[in-house]
Design a protein around this ligand. Structure first.
Ligand SMILES: Nc1ncnc2c1ncn2[C@@H]1O[C@H](COP(=O)(O)OP(=O)(O)OP(=O)(O)O)[C@@H](O)[C@H]1O
Ligand code: SF4
Ligand SMILES: [Mg+2]
Length: 366
């Protein structure tokens, strides 16, 4: 039997076994559990997905659905209270279980991350240019002096910072919010990573600046041929930039599909609810936006059956939805969904508001 993974003779510049045809990133049955004073919390519960070369994958879900924990697990940055199981393969190489010193050459070099809060991530007492230079030097000790300075200016230019040579000498507080976020992107792409993970890269920004930052990310993906994971709670953010979308709820995947299917044929009521809460160009100004009623569940006391059932307007309660956990299954066209009833549910965007108003009281079904 031929191995689906790398020929051991083939290694990259870190000495890792690589297979050029393998997905860049392959996450399989990932589970992350935290020990807390109130008991164990399963923040990520059997997550599986692939990131293909030159692909942008949008990961969408409400607060607490496990988006950041997933990205931290990929980078090996979870605290010691986390128990990680399952598999995370980077170009065929298993990352789960690697030691810190084995992960370090990978982090910021092959897999880089843009964190949500750019102001907190930049050091206020160092010039922006010096911080980008440091990010380069960690992995490229050969680049020094004028060459290093030139690379910093080039990176600031790539992310659209005007007058980059002068801006490199400024401190973070002299940058606007959008410019700081771009400086963070410049830092993340300093070593032309294979995988760029952006965790809520635009949340703190106003809509115009959001669009500019997303445009920069798209340009960079094409220029560096990297694969990108954009994490956001806002489906609207991924509409223009993602090739595929994975929607998460309570640490699990509810739906994975290409971006067109996600927006035009959403199969999971949670995705439909997220879409119902997006402003539409063809809606009347008097239309109220639909919202998903209720709050995300506590991970310490997840509802039985489908974790979404107390908020789902289509839930069969009592019945399958309150009794059986729906597994992720295939629909035609590479679309995957974890819902018992997706074939029975017709998606009518104009009715999203009315449907969004339904709610099942979790007390009733227990
Ligand atoms: N160190 C930790 N110890 C205990 N629980 C944690 C820890 N880190 C995260 N969690 C829990 O794991 C769950 C998932 O958290 P995560 O940060 O991944 O959410 P998220 O989807 O990124 O949300 P947000 O949109 O708010 O950033 C949350 O319930 C959170 O409280
Ligand atoms: S399984 Fe049932 S409760 Fe869950 S999303 Fe589907 S219809 Fe709603
Ligand atoms: Mg997060």
């Amino acid at each position: 039997m031929t191995s689906p993974y790398a020929d051991p003779a083939e290694t990259d510049d870190l000495g890792l076994a690589v297979d050029p045809d393998a997905p860049v990133l392959e996450v399989e049955d990932l589970r992350v559990e935290f020990a807390t004073d109130d008991g164990p919390v399963t923040a990520v519960d059997g997550l599986s997905f692939r990131l293909h070369p030159n692909e942008t994958l949008g990961i969408v879900g409400e607060s607490g659905s496990g988006k950041s924990v997933t990205s931290m697990a990929i980078l090996g940055l979870l605290p010691s209270t986390a128990r990680v199981s399952g598999s995370i393969r980077y170009r065929g190489q298993e990352l789960v279980g690697l030691k810190e010193r084995q992960l370090r050459p990978l982090r910021g070099n092959k897999i880089a991350m843009v964190f949500q809060d750019a102001l907190a991530s930049l050091n206020p007492v160092h010039r922006v240019g010096a911080q980008i230079a440091e990010a380069i030097s960690v992995h490229r000790s050969d680049l020094t002096g004028a060459d290093l300075d030139a690379r910093v200016v080039e990176l600031l230019d790539v992310v659209g910072i005007p007058d980059p040579a002068a801006r490199a000498r400024q401190y973070p507080h002299e940058y606007s919010g959008g410019m700081r976020q771009r400086a963070m992107i410049a830092m993340a792409i300093a070593n032309e990573p294979d995988v760029l993970i952006a965790d809520e890269p635009t949340t703190a920004l106003d809509v115009t600046i959001q669009a500019q930052v997303l445009e920069v990310m798209e340009r960079i993906r094409d220029r560096t041929e990297s694969s990108v994971m954009i994490i956001t709670h806002d489906l609207g953010v991924v509409a223009g930039v993602a090739d595929r979308v994975m929607v998460m709820y309570a640490g699990r995947t509810c739906e994975v599909a290409d971006v067109e299917s996600t927006f035009y044929e959403p199969a999971h009521p949670y995705t439909q609810g997220l879409l119902g809460s997006l402003p539409r160009l063809d809606s009347r100004s008097s239309d109220r936006l639909a919202r998903i009623v209720g709050n995300p569940p506590s991970l310490l006391a997840l509802p039985p059956g489908c974790a979404f059932h107390p908020r789902c307007p289509h839930a069969e309660v009592p019945g399958r939805c309150s009794d059986e956990r729906p597994e992720l299954r295939d629909l035609p066209g590479g679309h995957r969904v974890a819902c018992h009833r997706s074939e029975e549910i017709e998606w009518r965007p104009q009715e999203a508001e009315a449907e969004g108003a339904a709610v099942h009281d979790v007390e009733e079904v227990e």
